[in-house]
Design a protein around this ligand. Structure first.
Ligand SMILES: C[S@@+](CC[C@H](N)C(=O)[O-])C[C@H]1O[C@@H](n2cnc3c(N)ncnc32)[C@H](O)[C@@H]1O
Length: 215
C-alpha cells in the first residue's frame, strides 16, 4: 500500500464517520418527505428498477417503492441506512427496497436501472461526484432516466459547506461526457423553493435539476 492510498483510505473512513456523526446529531435530520424535484420528475414514468444514490434516511426510496418501483438505495452512513430501513418497514415496503452500504467513491451497486436518482449528493467530505455520476449514467438501462438534483448555493447559516462544489445543471451534463446521439436532455434547469432558516423565517433557496434519458 502506498502512502497515497493510505491517506485516501483514511479520508474515506473519516467520510463515513463524518456522516454517521451528522446523522447521530438528531433522531431525524431530513424532513421525512420525498424531495419535490424527484416527485415532479418521476411521476408519470413507468415504474421499474430504481437506484437512489446517497439515500440518507430513505424518504425518496420509500416514496419510489410506494409508487411501485423496485428500489436499490445506497449510502455511506450505516446510521442513515438503519434508520431508512426502519422507515421502509414502517411504510410496509421493506420487500421492495434493497438497502446497500457503499462508499460510492469506492464501490457501486451492481445492475442496470430504469431510474438512477442522485438527490443532493453533496458532501463536506471527499466525494468524487463527477466520477460517481458518470458511473451512474453507465448504470442506466436503455430508455431509462438519470436524474441529478443539486443545490445551486448554500444559505449563510450552513457555513460548514463553504468548500462544497455546486455545479450548474449544464456543468453536470458536460461532466457526464455522454456519447453524442445516445441520450436526450429532458430537463436542465434551476428552480427556487422556500425553506425556513434556523429561526423559522422563510428564505428562498435555489436548486437545480438535470434529467437525461438514454435512447
Ligand atoms: C445532502 S445528503 C442527501 C440525502 C438524501 N438524498 C436527501 O435528499 O435527503 C447527502 C447524502 O450522501 C451521502 N454520502 C456522502 N458521501 C457519500 C459517498 N461517498 N458514498 C455514498 N453516499 C455518500 C451522505 O451520507 C448523505 O446521506
Amino acid at each position: 500500500m502506498t502512502s497515497d492510498s493510505t491517506a485516501s483510505d483514511a479520508a474515506r473512513a473519516s467520510d463515513a464517520e463524518l456522516w454517521d456523526e451528522r446523522y447521530r446529531e438528531s433522531r431525524r435530520i431530513w424532513s421525512g418527505k420525498p424531495n419535490a424535484p424527484l416527485v415532479r420528475e418521476v411521476e408519470g414514468l413507468k415504474p421499474g428498477r430504481a437506484l437512489d444514490l446517497g439515500c440518507g434516511e430513505g424518504a425518496d426510496a420509500v416514496w419510489l417503492a410506494r409508487e411501485g418501483w423496485r428500489v436499490t438505495a445506497t449510502d455511506i452512513s450505516r446510521v442513515a441506512l438503519e434508520r431508512a430501513a426502519e422507515h421502509g418497514a414502517e411504510a410496509g415496503v421493506a420487500d421492495r427496497i434493497d438497502w446497500q452500504f457503499h462508499d460510492l467513491g469506492v464501490s457501486f451497486p451492481e445492475g442496470e436501472y430504469d431510474l438512477v436518482s442522485a438527490q443532493f449528493l453533496h458532501s463536506m467530505g471527499d466525494l468524487p461526484r463527477e466520477r460517481i455520476l458518470r458511473r451512474a449514467a453507465a448504470a442506466v438501462a436503455p430508455g431509462g432516466v438519470l436524474l441529478v438534483v443539486g443545490h445551486a448555493g448554500f444559505p449563510a447559516w450552513e457555513h460548514d459547506h463553504a468548500d462544497v462544489e455546486l455545479p450548474t445543471p449544464d456543468e453536470v451534463l458536460a461532466s457526464l461526457e455522454l456519447p453524442a446521439g445516445e441520450w436526450d436532455v429532458l430537463v436542465s434547469a434551476e428552480h427556487e423553493r422556500v425553506q425556513n432558516d434556523p429561526d423559522g423565517n422563510p428564505t428562498t433557496r435555489t436548486d437545480n435539476t438535470l434529467k437525461v434519458r438514454r435512447r
